[in-house]
Design a protein around this ligand. Structure first.
Ligand code: HEC
Length: 114
């Protein structure tokens, strides 16, 4: 008699415990380009993407700089870094969709777009 109620209770508890897991992974899969930039890039490229003269980082807000580089080149730079410069490679630290989010964020810094 009691074991039937017990089984029901266990199933209910298990159901309640498992539910939040699929709910969590279903949302928030979009990487946050601005957040990633702030965490991993802003110390060398500036919070506003204007770069630092001393580091020779480019000004991402400059429309001329934006015109002079393709999305593919930006992806390559993020993945492989730039040899002979302090620009590090992020290929083993960032997923492809995170790199895409960063490219979109860098494009959004273009002062032409405002
Ligand atoms: C340790 C400092 C440092 C960090 C951290 C850094 N960069 Fe750079 N980055 C540089 C420097 C220096 C250059 C300029 C290289 C040169 O002289 O062409 C550069 C250049 C670039 C360029 C331009 C490449 C080109 O061909 O003109 C892009 C795009 C870029 N970085 C993106 C990023 C992104 C995105 C991140 C974060 C994921 C990042 N960087 C993190 C130092 C850094």
């Amino acid at each position: 008699m009691g074991s039937y109620v017990q089984t029901l209770l266990i199933l209910l508890l298990a159901g309640a415990g498992l539910l939040p897991v699929p709910l969590k992974s279903a949302e928030g899969d979009q990487p946050d380009g601005a957040g990633l930039y702030k965490q991993k890039c802003s110390m060398c490229h500036g919070a506003e993407g204007k770069g630092f003269t001393a580091l020779k980082t480019p000004d991402f807000t400059d429309p001329k700089w934006q015109e002079g580089i393709t999305d593919k080149e930006i992806v390559e730079t993020i993945k492989n870094g730039k040899k002979g410069t302090p620009m590090p490679a992020f290929g083993d630290k960032l997923k492809d969709d995170e790199i895409q989010a960063l490219v979109a964020y860098i494009r959004s810094l273009n002062s032409n777009k405002k």
